[in-house]
Design a binder for this molecule. Structure first.
Ligand SMILES: [Zn+2]
Length: 416
């Protein structure tokens, strides 16, 4: 389930330089920043990030970063803050998202979702973990690096974005695909409980549509019922495909999976249904392909429907889909981040992220990408979301030392 490369990576961090950087990290300042950010309700809809990215930009600018906002949506600016010289070494990018999901039923909250209250060593609030803890740790780590005065070879970019929770169209997807951001290394802040995640699962959702023939509900033999056809397909998928997916494993991820998450069909209580639509959420492990995924669902659906006169079926992707991404364990980015965890005495386990992140857009463009951040993904999107103060501090230190290591000037010969 894991690989431990911590020891091999240890030598990259110079203790004297590390001390100088870590001395710039102050717990009160970090947690104050997080609380202030949680109190800005950058929530969907409309996912307005104007106040949140300005809040992040101000202290970075004070610390010497050149800051700007890039956007294609008036209310969804993305922050790009840069420090250092790209001609003197690699470009390292920290990325996380400032948009948050809605609170849901307020009566389910014990704490004000926009209050950022502290209790039992935790900060509570919508977005406290997902993803404002990562944003905070990245911003504060970057400021610590700049303020430390440690020589930097290369450029550090802090990129805090809009729109992650609704697919990144005005955020990371656009920044990556347009070429506005093409770093040499990308560290995506999401809830990995401060473990290094070297990739994420792929996604290839499929929409199955069964078409039949309408008839009076009292004369069903005159029609062909699309709902019945879909029911047979779903049973066949559960019996034949799901067990296969359970067997497709990878040491860093949960196994391959499929979940029928949306269904609709029929027109009226007394009409035989002439259409039924099912959406299957497919998540892929490394080795599975987007087209192979569609074909195996299609083969089962077509075989089932071939035995049901009057019905037809199509299987189409809901979007183009993406295969799983994976940065090799021995890549300098992975070794540097694991090395930072090792140096700090944290967990050096390597694993993968089973949910989607903005990292997929950068890895699709060939950018080596890892995912790392404070918080537990199980607490995201639920009432009483929280993050531990200790975790946020740990992530701040680890990001800072990873930046130090990648921008130390020791990367050129690839000898870590
Ligand atoms: Zn998130």
């Amino acid at each position: 389930m894991s690989a431990d490369l911590g020891h091999a990576a240890r030598s990259i961090i110079d203790p004297e330089l590390a001390d100088r950087v870590l001395a710039q990290i102050d717990q009160d300042a970090v947690i104050d920043f997080l609380q202030g950010l949680v109190r800005i309700p950058s929530v969907h809809e409309p996912g307005d990030t104007r106040e949140a990215v300005t809040y992040c930009a101000d202290p970075l600018r004070t610390a010497g970063f050149a800051t700007r906002f890039e956007q294609i949506d008036e209310v969804k600016p993305n922050l790009i803050a840069e420090y250092g010289d790209e001609s003197s070494g690699p470009t390292v990018m920290f990325n996380a998202h400032v948009d948050v999901v809605p609170t849901g039923e307020l009566s389910a909250w014990k704490y004000d979702p926009w209050g950022a209250e502290i209790a039992d060593g935790r900060v509570y609030g919508r977005g406290a973990g997902d993803d404002k803890a990562s944003v905070t740790a990245q911003v504060m780590a970057a400021i610590a690096l700049a303020r430390s005065g440690v020589p930097q070879f290369g450029r550090l970019i802090v990129n805090e974005v809009a729109d992650e929770e609704i697919g990144g169209v005005a955020g990371a997807k656009w920044l990556a695909e347009s070429g506005i951001l093409k770093p040499d290394f990308a560290i995506i802040g999401e809830q990995t409980m401060n473990r290094v995640n070297v990739g994420e699962k792929g996604g290839a959702g499929q929409t199955i549509v069964v078409l039949g023939r309408a008839a009076h509900g009292a004369l069903p033999w005159e029609g062909a019922n699309a709902i019945e056809g879909m029911a047979e397909i779903l049973v066949a998928l559960r019996r034949e495909l799901w067990p296969k997916l359970d067997g497709r494993t990878h040491p860093y991820f949960h196994h391959s999976s499929a979940s029928p998450n949306l269904i609709s069909g029929g027109v009226k209580n007394n009409v035989v249904a002439d259409r039924c639509e099912l959406f299957v959420d497919r998540r892929l492990v490394p080795g599975e392909t987007v087209t192979g995924t569609r074909e195996e669902i299609r083969a089962i659906a077509e075989r089932v429907i071939a035995g049901m006169p009057g019905l037809s079926v199509t299987v189409e992707p809901r979007w183009m889909g993406l295969e799983a991404s994976l940065t090799p364990d021995d890549h300098p980015l992975v070794r540097s981040m694991v090395g930072a965890n090792e140096y700090l005495g944290y967990d050096t386990t390597i694993s993968g992220f089973s949910m989607g992140t903005d990292g997929r857009f950068f890895s699709q463009q060939g950018v080596p990408t890892i995912i790392y951040g404070p918080g537990d993904p199980k607490l995201a999107h639920i009432p009483n979301e929280w993050v531990g103060i200790d975790e946020v501090m740990a992530a701040t230190r680890a990001y800072a030392l990873t930046g130090l290591s990648l921008l130390s000037g020791l990367q050129a010969d690839g000898d870590l």
